[in-house]
Write a protein that binds this ligand. Structure first.
Ligand code: CTP
Length: 510
């Protein structure tokens, strides 16, 4: 990688998008210098194509953007307060900013911005790996401008701030979470990305400043950490840096092992992180094999598509699957530690946690809640005899989320006892097989009661009342327990019998 530094011939191969030539022409006509900077440059050296391009201009970024917009016939969105502007060029989002010297008033999030040079601008950026720029001037087009050694840091896997970390993190505390995100996302088995001890110490000192951030910005980073290949690294770093108490305090309550009468329980924080990692690995594998699907609500029910990207909500479900354990923990001198009902408590905690993080309380939240509430059910099935009826009930409750639930359940096997793991996994495969059989036979996962409330009301001339629900539930139970076929005719016969037992007579016979 080092050979690319300061080598304009090599670097210019990354500037194949025609927009760079247009920006270069505009720079000449406006008499200012322009550079591509930030994530785009970093990702070039990582061999990735960035979706977005950031252009920094030594002059007015908004005037520059307007001129580029005029030339490419694209609408420019200007954010006067921040001195930034954005336009779309084909499928790329291009953001323009004037080179700035910037500081923040400690008590407000509004930046105080002064004009500056490229180097001033690079110094105020978050990390050296994000502060590299390619020149777009005609005379040195494509030259890497890297005054803080970003390329070396990228090569060695180092995350550090160009300026004093206390100043950088004070300017925008979100950068502490970004440091964790980049360390987590860029690390591979071959090369770890480490936050330097100096930066890490600064994060520890400044962690409480996370409180001034909007929850939306925090959640955006958390989501990006969750969809990495090894999310545990991020949560471990957040924990060690003292950030978690300001982000997800409930997760911290999972920490620790209590010992009573010589008996200890599982360390639930480490277990949770292991489950999130297991799930990430299994999900990536299952996606590559085309085994997972996404379902979106549509006019006639839902549309199904093959999953191509990790499902961040499934990762949330893994992160929160045992969140109810601390509140359910009990010790019995004979049986030892138990966490009975933790999945129910956990399910109830999900909306509260989402509310605390200002996350939407929509169908995604309900999905997470459902997976947390049901995560023990497949395991419970494998320890009992796997009856059709038990599988049918699980399928009915999980609906389209059965694939994800099974994945979560498998990821939850973290025992160190290899024999136990083998037994659990093979029992698990047994349940999976049974699920496929029942699904083929009964198509139960999107089951709808063949008898509707309207039908019962019309048949018996009833107004809306509790009895309708009772009758429908009784029919559902009978179908689930294989006591009634899953057809309208069978369900109607049962309805008429149940109704007669309750003294109801069809309206037409009165
Ligand atoms: N930046 C910064 N401080 C922040 C956010 C961004 O200094 N809090 C700078 C960095 O130079 C960053 C650039 O602005 O590279 C663009 O930011 P953004 O688009 O949020 O991130 P990227 O680095 O492009 O990475 P990604 O797209 O993966 O989020």
């Amino acid at each position: 990688m080092n050979e690319c530094s300061q080598n304009n011939v090599f670097a210019s191969k990354y500037l194949d998008n025609p927009i760079f030539g247009i920006v270069s022409d505009v720079a000449v006509s406006l008499g200012v210098r322009a550079f591509v900077i930030g994530g785009y440059v970093r990702d070039c050296f990582l061999g990735k194509k960035s979706k977005d391009i950031d252009i920094v201009v030594e002059g007015s970024g908004t005037a520059f953007a307007r001129e580029v917009g005029r030339r490419v016939h694209s609408r420019v969105s200007v954010f006067e307060n921040y001195g930034t502007a954005m336009l779309r060029y084909h499928h790329t989002e291009i953001e323009f900013v004037g080179a700035r010297r910037e500081s923040y008033n400690r008590d407000s999030r509004n930046p105080i911005v002064e004009d500056g040079t490229l180097e001033d601008d690079q110094l105020r950026r978050d990390f050296t790996i994000n502060a590299m720029a390619f020149s777009l001037q005609k005379d040195d087009y494509g030259t890497l401008v890297d005054p803080f050694g970003g390329i070396k840091d990228l090569d060695k896997g180092i995350i550090r701030t160009p300026a004093d970390p206390d100043k950088t993190f004070d300017d925008d505390p979100l950068r502490m979470l970004r440091a964790v995100r980049f360390a987590t996302k860029l690390s591979t088995w071959e090369k770890y990305f480490n936050i330097t001890p100096e930066c890490f110490a600064s994060i520890r000192r400044n962690a409480s400043r996370l409180q001034i951030l909007s929850k939306e910005r925090i959640v955006e980073e958390l989501n990006k950490i969750l969809v990495t290949d090894h999310p545990s690294m991020g949560f471990d770093l957040m924990d060690k840096a003292g950030m978690l108490q300001y982000i997800l305090p409930d997760l911290l309550k999972l920490k620790g092992v209590q010992m009573l009468e010589g008996r200890a329980h599982k360390e639930n924080f480490t277990h949770t992180l292991q489950v999130v990692d297991n799930l990430a690995e299994m999900e990536v594998e299952a996606i590559s094999q085309g085994l997972l699907h996404d379902y979106e609500p549509s006019e006639n029910g839902f549309t199904e598509s093959l999953r191509t990207e990790p499902n961040v909500w499934l990762r949330w479900a893994a992160l929160l699957h045992d969140i109810g354990k601390p509140a359910s923990k009990k010790f019995d001198p004979v049986t030892g530690w138990s966490f009975h009902g933790h999945e129910v408590i956990g399910g109830r905690m999900v909306p509260k946690i989402f509310t605390g993080l200002k996350m939407p309380l929509n169908e995604k939240m309900k999905y997470v809640q459902k997976l947390v509430s049901l995560h023990l059910r497949p395991q419970a099935l494998v320890t009992e005899e796997v009856t059709d009826s038990a599988v049918r009930r699980l399928l009915f409750e999980a609906g389209n989320d059965i694939e994800d639930l099974m994945l979560l359940c498998k990821a939850d096997i973290t025992s160190k006892n290899e024999h136990k793991v083998e037994v659990l996994k093979s029992n698990f495969d047994l349940v999976m097989g049974k699920i496929r059989q029942v699904e083929e036979k009964d198509a139960i996962r999107n089951w709808k009661n063949p008898i509707t409330g309207d039908y019962i009301m019309e048949l018996y001339g009833l107004p809306p009342c509790r009895l309708l629900g009772e009758l429908k539930d009784a029919i559902k139970e009978a179908i689930m327990d294989s006591e009634c076929d899953n057809t309208f005719e069978a369900a109607d016969t049962l309805l008429r019998r149940l109704a007669a037992e309750r003294g109801l007579v069809p309206a037409e016979k009165r």
